[in-house]
Design a protein around this ligand. Sequence first.
Ligand code: HGY
Ligand code: MN
Ligand code: MN
Length: 432
Amino acid sequence: MKTQNETPTAPDVRDLRIDGQRLWDSLMQLAQVGATPKGGVCRLALTDLDRQGRDLFTRWAREAGCEVRVDAIGNIFARRRGRDNALPPVTTGSHIDTQPTGGKFDGNYGVLAGLEVVRALNDAGVVTEAPLEVAVWTNEEGSRFVPVMMGSGVFADAFTLEHALAQRDNDGVSVSDALAAIGYAGSAPASAAASPVGAYFEAHIEQGPVLEANERVIGVVEGALGQRWYDVVVQGMEAHAGPTPMELRKDALLPASELVIEVNRIALAHAPHARGTVGWIENYPNSRNVIPGRVRLSVDLRAADDVVLSAMDAALKEAVQRIAAKAKVEMTVEQVVYFPPQPFTPKLVSAVRDAAQAQGLTWMNVISGAGHDAVYLARVCPAAMIFVPCLDGISHNEIEDAQPEHLEAGCNILLQAMLQSAGVAAVSGVTA
Ligand code: HGY
Ligand code: MN
Ligand code: MN
């Protein structure tokens, strides 16, 4: 750091570090909101627990001197002023909604790492050139409501606000009503066109085994897989499990089961980067001695190449037709999510890599198998992500775990990458 009587040049902040213990403590405190007995978190989008988590974050952000605004899809933006507030902000963030069997770190880490960056800059008296913002994106998980990455998708114009607000959960509750019920239907426009972003960085646990298997601390994320999600309905006819002869049945669960096998086969046929999952299934009427009359199920297809993803889409539709004809039942397929593989911005990816190298951290280039809000932000501004390992690569599971020192390391990379993009105007009174 420059002494008082030297001519101030651009303040040197390369040695600036976050407070890892404070980051960990904030993660553990947020994890109490929706804590499950197995040590995980169940904080579904737009529930009262989501509200409690949002309230905690906004309180912390205001205590850190941030101005807070909420947009029409419930995205929260905590703004730390810079010297030139006419510049578009350098933004970070993630999500605090979780899976039903979620963990303490998925999404929550990226939001609280952003808050820790703000707190560390406050402690050091750093004034950035551009303002900074920490975002909490609505319904990233897509578990209760589809589409997935809903808040960032509206912000990046991947789909309309009206489409998102009209979506309903399995109990028929709309996003619009749930958002209003928790008091986060904001007035700010949910649009990057109205609120331009200068650059976006997102810190996240990897949620897979690659970093840990290669004993690397920082994942330099070069891009993310493309995804197609579907809702499938198999319509047979309920009937009595005893008197109904096998050859006269319209059993909906049999063709549905064949489709589950087909989804797995389609993914394996497009190895090594393809993925195929049936995660949600509803069997109706789900009674021991009734032949299932209707089955609804989800299909999640992913690939690193959009041509491959299209081929998997075609293979799925061919399988549905073939299975339905053989079983003499009706099967419908509705695509509810699509986004192509998303590369991140080389300049920002390099900033992440350079910061890891400068801090002597082990790192490697990775592709994200998971979707993240950064995938949609990358459509409207330069974007990059920072991964850190999670224990045994497990996520979307209550046992999800991460090491404090890895979380701290990732947050320090986030700090340096954001400062490089935002510029430093002053450090504890010494101005550039
Ligand atoms: O499904 C995903 O990739 C993310 O967890 N929403
Ligand atoms: Mn996530
Ligand atoms: Mn997730």
